[in-house]
Design a binder for this molecule. Structure first.
Ligand SMILES: Cc1cc2nc3c(=O)[nH]c(=O)nc-3n(C[C@H](O)[C@H](O)[C@H](O)COP(=O)(O)OP(=O)(O)OC[C@H]3O[C@@H](n4cnc5c(N)ncnc54)[C@H](O)[C@@H]3O)c2cc1C
Length: 395
């Protein structure tokens, strides 16, 4: 398998690089570089810029408004975006619901919802997890009962990322409590303004508000908000999760983080010498760099395979595990390089922290703690190992 970029790929990379240099606003790239929470306005601004160029929904086929890129082009685009410190495209509408509607939605649903995802009219959130139904998602209890032309929904979702901004939520609901766990679930779209919905914030350890609990009390939505067949939502749920995991490896982000860690370790003095010369620290950097290089190759192998054979398979779990382990190791190394300067939380930036500039803010303790989430969301790494064991090792 030839894993080198073709001449066309390199020309494409140069085009993307030039576009980002001209179009990514500095206040947005500065915010990404400093690693804080992105506000809604900034995310919407960046989505709108990409949408004008036709580069927002990179995984959508052309017929639905995507650019029609190959998996390798999408990878190049992501790598260049990380390099330029552009924000991650929010996945909920673009890479989760979009592909689901394209595969399972009716023509009316596609015509109505897809353009509104692209132009930012609708901000979506994901209503999968519940208290008691995370890894064991199929045991979810939120109940949807059909009454005439409506669903009546009661229950609770949790960990709903950015639900406080959302216009709509896509929900997994139990529609047949007597069927086997996976068989009685349906995929239903719910307008967040519907009476009976309450969103309560969950405050994270570093003080940020990015996740919520969402409560449903006698929430009535049209029956036509069902996607796909009634009681067949589990197939849709699994299809969506494969897409969720594909981008989670974050190769480009880790490449950036590695360079930042090295720069910090060169600046930081321990016992009068740059930290990067400390053999134990240098060995950890070397190990993570080797792992990252190996993951880049694995990622490329999967991309080239997807290019010739279609959708990604369970091997996306490998990328999810390795990608998040590497990213967390880099955050840990950066925190160690910063020493006491890592301690301040946002709003408490001290001279010590400023000394290192934006990269230090991006790696302080608050960001370190926030980053623990990556090995949990999208299905925890332990669950990914179970998937690999069952599907690829045939144990
Ligand atoms: C920051 C953040 C954002 C999130 N955003 C969303 C969102 O927008 N929408 C949404 O629906 N969900 C979201 N989630 C939820 C996420 O998908 C779940 O947290 C995840 O699936 C784990 O479920 P849980 O938290 O219930 O943990 P549990 O399932 O209770 O697991 C607890 C621990 O036990 C381990 N474990 C569980 N079962 C097994 C097993 N069979 N074998 C081995 N180990 C096991 C797990 O790996 C984990 O370490 C988010 C989570 C986080 C942290």
């Amino acid at each position: 398998m030839d894993l080198s970029y073709s001449a066309e790929d390199i020309a494409f990379r140069d085009e993307v690089r030039a576009y980002l240099a001209d179009n990514l606003p500095k206040h947005i790239s500065d915010a990404v570089r400093e690693g804080g929470e992105m506000g809604k306005a900034m995310i919407e601004e960046w989505h709108a810029i990409l949408n004008r160029k036709g580069w927002l929904a990179t995984i959508w086929p052309k017929e639905f408004g995507g650019p029609g890129w190959t998996p390798v082009q999408r990878h190049i685009f992501e790598e260049e975006c990380c390099r330029a410190y552009s924000p991650r495209i929010l996945p909920f509408g673009i890479s989760m619901l979009g592909p689901v509607l394209q595969k399972f939605g009716t023509k009316e649903q596609q015509d109505h919802y897809l353009p509104r995802i692209l132009d930012g009219t609708d901000w979506w959130c994901q209503g999968y997890s519940e208290p008691g139904a995370g890894s064991d998602l199929a045991s979810l209890k939120t109940r949807a009962v059909r009454e005439g032309d409506e669903w009546v929904i009661n229950g609770q979702k949790t960990w709903t990322t950015l639900g406080q901004h959302a216009d709509w939520i896509f929900c997994l609901c139990r529609t047949d409590p007597d069927a086997k766990q996976q068989q009685g679930i349906s995929f239903i779209l719910v307008d967040m303004k519907t009476p009976g919905i309450e969103v309560r914030p969950i405050k994270l350890i570093e003080g940020g508000h990015e996740v919520n609990e969402v409560f449903f009390t006698d929430v009535r939505v049209p029956y036509g908000n069902l996607v796909g067949e009634e009681n067949k939502g589990w197939t849709i749920a699994k299809y969506l999760l494969t897409h969720e995991r594909t981008g989670i490896a974050g190769v480009g982000f880790s490449m950036q983080a590695l360079e930042e860690v090295k720069a910090l370790a060169r600046k930081t003095l321990r016992n009068g010498k740059p930290l990067i010369e400390d053999p134990l620290f240098a060995a950890r950097i070397a190990q993570v760099e080797i792992d990252l290089e190996a993951m880049k190759i694995t990622n490329l192998r999967m991309l080239f395979k997807a290019q010739s054979q279609g959708a990604p398979g369970p091997e996306t779990s490998i990328l999810k595990i390795k990608g998040t382990v590497i990213h967390q190791e880099l955050k840990d190394l950066a925190r160690r390089a910063l020493g006491p300067a890592a301690a301040p939380f946002p709003g408490h930036v001290t001279d010590g922290n400023l000394m290192f500039g934006p990269a230090a803010t991006a790696h302080n303790a608050a960001r370190y703690f926030n980053n623990r989430k990556t090995s949990i969301f999208g299905g925890s790494n332990e669950i990914q190992r179970n998937i690999l064991t069952k599907t690829m090792l045939e144990l």
